[in-house]
Design a protein around this ligand. Sequence first.
Ligand code: PLP
Length: 386
Amino acid sequence: MKKPINRRNWLRSSALLLGGIGLLPKALSAIEIRSNAPFRPYESDESVLLDAPPALKARLSANENPFGPSVKAKKAMDEAVPTCYQYPFMHTRTLRQNIADYEKISPDNILLSAGSSPLLLAAAMHYGRKGSNIITGDPSYGDLTGKAANFDTTIIQAPLTADYKLDLKAMEEKINRDTVMVYICNPNNPTGTVLDADELKYFCTRVAKRTTVFVDEAYIDYLEDPDKSSVIAAVRNHDNVVVARTFSKLYGFAGLRVGYVVASEETVTQLNKYTSGAFSISAPAISAALASYQDVEFRKDVISKTDASKSFLYGLLKKEGYDYIPSSTNFVMFPLKMDGRRFSEEMMKRGVSIRYWEFDEQQWCRVSLGKMEEMKAFESAFHQLS
Ligand code: PLP
C-alpha cells in the first residue's frame, strides 16, 4: 500500500536534504491525504493572555499590531472626545459610505460592528443549525466554526495542502446537501499562507452557486496588493459571498474594535438580526477608523516595520536550526522540537507569550511579529529552549 505523504516525514527528509536547516517550500504540488482530525473547540488568544505574568516582555500571542493605531487615528480620537455625549450616527454613516465608495458597492452591502468577532458570531447564529455543516481548513481560524458548533452545526475540516495553504479542491469535494457554508480564512490564521487570487475568485464563482462562501480577510491588508486578493468584488455578482474585514490587525485597532462585513443586502439584513452592528462602536473608535481607512502611508510604514521583525525572526530560526512556513501576515508558524504546551509555558515564564498548535503529528509555534525589542526578548527566551 502506498504510504500517505506525511508532512512530518517530509520535514525530516527535507531537513536532511537541506543540511538540517531549511525553509518550508513556497509551493509544493503534492496534496496530502489524511483522515479528518476531530474538531476541537477554539482556544481564544484571550485565554492565553489572561494567564500571562503582569510583566510580559513580549506579547506575541494575539497577532496584534504594536505599530498602530496611527498618529492620525489618535488625533481623531482626541478630537472626538468632547462630543462623546452624542450617539455617533453620522460618523458611522460616513464610514460605511467611504468603504462603499472605495469598494464600488452600495452602503447597504456593509454591516459595521465593534470588531469582526460579533459578525462571525452573527454568521454562526444565522447559518448554524442542527443537521447542517460548515466546511473549514485544518488548521484555520476557529471562532466562527466554534460558535456554529454551539448551535449543533457539524464542522468538517479539510487538511491543508503540502505547502500549508487551504485546500480549496478538498474543501469543495466535502460540500454536500447539508453544507450551509465554506469558511475561508485568507490569509490563513495560524499558517500565514495566502491563496492564489484567481483560484479563490474562480472558487467563489463556482461554489457560491451551491452554498455560502464566507471569506475572512482579517490579515489581507498585510499583502502587497490587498485589492487583488480580496473577493469583495465577487459580492457584487454573487449573493452567496460574504467577506469579513477588521481594523484590528494592520490598523492596530484590536483594543478599539471596528470591523465590518460586505455581503448582499439580503445577507446584511439577516446578519443584522443577531448584532447591534454599528451601534456597538464608540464615537472615538469610529472617528479613528475614518482617519485610518486606506491610509496608504501608514500601511507602508507598518508593513516595513513588520517585515523587519519577520526577517529577524526568519534569521533567528535558521540560526537555531528550525524551519518555518513563509508568512504573508504579521505572524509566523514554525515546527517545534518539543511539546507545544511545555514550550509555551517555558516561554511565558521568560515573559514571552506565543501560541502553540498540534497538527500533522507535529507541534507548532505561532509567533506574532512584534516590535524589535519584543523579537529580541523572544530570541533570548527561545535560545534557552531551542
Ligand atoms: N478573523 C481572524 C482570522 C482573526 O485572526 C481574528 C483575530 O485574531 C478575528 C477575525 C477577530 O478580529 P476582531 O474581532 O478583532 O475584528
